[in-house]
Design a protein around this ligand. Structure first.
Ligand code: ADP
Ligand code: ADP
Length: 229
C-alpha cells in the first residue's frame, strides 16, 4: 500500500483553480518525480501535504487511513518532511542543534554528549562528514540540505518532499545529493522529487508524473517514458 495517498484533491484561490481533482500515490522505496510548468500546482500540492494549506475537497490517506494534516508540525509528526532549494537553518546554532531543534520541548534535561553522538550517527548513515559542533552559518547550501535531511531522519521521516533541491547545487553536489536520495529510497523512504530539469528526473526517478493547469496529465514508471533525442 502507498504510504501517502492524495485522493481527488482540489484547491482554489479566488478564481484560480490551483488543483483540480489530483490523485497521487507515494510508495515506500520509490522516487516519484513531479514535473510541470510554473503555475501547474506543484507548490500547492506540496503545501497541502505539509499542512500549510487545506484542500477544498478530497482525501489524504496515510497507510490507507484518512488523516487531516492541520499544520506543518502535524505533518512532521506523521513523518512528512520537506527540503527546499534554500534551506532555512538557525545560523548561530551548530549542526547537531539544527538537527535536533524539532525535538526541543521534550524536556529540560538534554544529554549533549548523546545528542552529538546521535547527530554523528545519522550523518554517518548518510555518509556525510560534517563537524556536528560547527555553526550552521557558513555551511554550503548542499551541506545545509544534508543537515535538513538528517533532521528529517531524526523524526523518522517516511515521506520526504524535495522541492527543486538541486537548483542551487553544482554538478558534483547534485551527484552527492542523489547518492543520499538513493540511500533513503533503499531504506524505504517515499521521495517526492520536484524538478524541471529533465535530465535529473530521468536519472533519479522511478516514476514520473506530469502536471498541467492543476491536473495530473500523465503518470508512468520512468522506464515507460521515452524522450525523443
Ligand atoms: P507551481 O508550484 O507548479 O508553480 P503553484 O501551486 O505555486 O504552482 O500555483 C498554482 C496556481 O495557484 C497558480 O496560478 C498560482 O498563482 C496560484 N496560487 C498558488 N498559491 C496561491 C495563493 N496563496 N494565493 C493565490 N493564488 C495562489
Ligand atoms: P514556485 O517556484 O514554488 O512555483 P512561486 O514564485 O510561483 O514559487 O510562488 C511562491 C509562493 O507564493 C508559492 O508557494 C505559491 O504557493 C505562492 N503564490 C503563488 N502565486 C500566488 C498568488 N497569486 N498569490 C499569492 N501567493 C501565491
Amino acid at each position: 500500500t502507498p504510504v501517502l495517498e492524495m485522493r481527488d484533491i482540489s484547491r482554489r484561490f479566488g478564481n484560480t483553480q490551483a488543483l483540480a481533482g489530483v490523485s497521487l500515490r507515494l510508495y515506500p522505496g520509490e522516487v516519484h518525480a513531479l514535473l510541470g510548468e510554473n503555475g501547474a500546482g506543484k507548490s500547492t500540492l506540496i503545501k497541502i501535504m505539509t499542512g500549510v494549506y487545506q484542500p477544498d475537497s478530497g482525501q489524504i490517506l496515510l497507510d490507507g487511513r484518512p488523516v487531516r494534516i492541520g499544520s506543518t508540525l502535524e505533518a512532521q509528526r506523521l513523518g512528512i518532511a520537506a527540503i527546499y532549494q534554500e534551506p532555512l537553518m538557525y545560523p548561530d546554532l551548530n549542526v547537531a542543534e539544527n538537527i535536533f531543534i524539532a525535538h526541543a520541548g521534550r524536556g529540560p534535561l538534554v544529554d549533549w554528549g548523546k545528542l552529538y553522538r546521535e547527530a554523528e550517527a545519522i550523518l554517518a548513515q548518510l555518509d556525510v562528514h560534517l563537524d556536528v559542533r560547527q555553526p550552521a552559518r557558513g555551511l554550503s547550501v548542499a551541506a545545509q540540505q544534508t543537515v535538513e535531511i538528517a533532521k528529517a531522519l531524526s523524526l523518522q521521516v517516511r515521506v520526504l518532499i524535495m522541492d527543486e533541491p538541486t537548483a542551487a547545487l553544482s554538478a558534483h553536489e547534485v551527484e552527492q545529493l542523489f547518492t543520499i536520495v538513493r540511500r533513503l529510497r533503499d531504506q524505504g523512504v517515499a521521495i517526492l522529487f520536484i524538478s524541471h530539469r529533465l535530465e535529473e528526473v530521468f536519472t533519479i526517478a522511478d516514476r514520473i508524473t506530469i502536471f498541467r493547469d492543476g491536473r495530473l496529465i500523465s503518470s508512468a514508471p520512468r522506464t515507460d517514458v521515452t524522450v525523443a533525442q
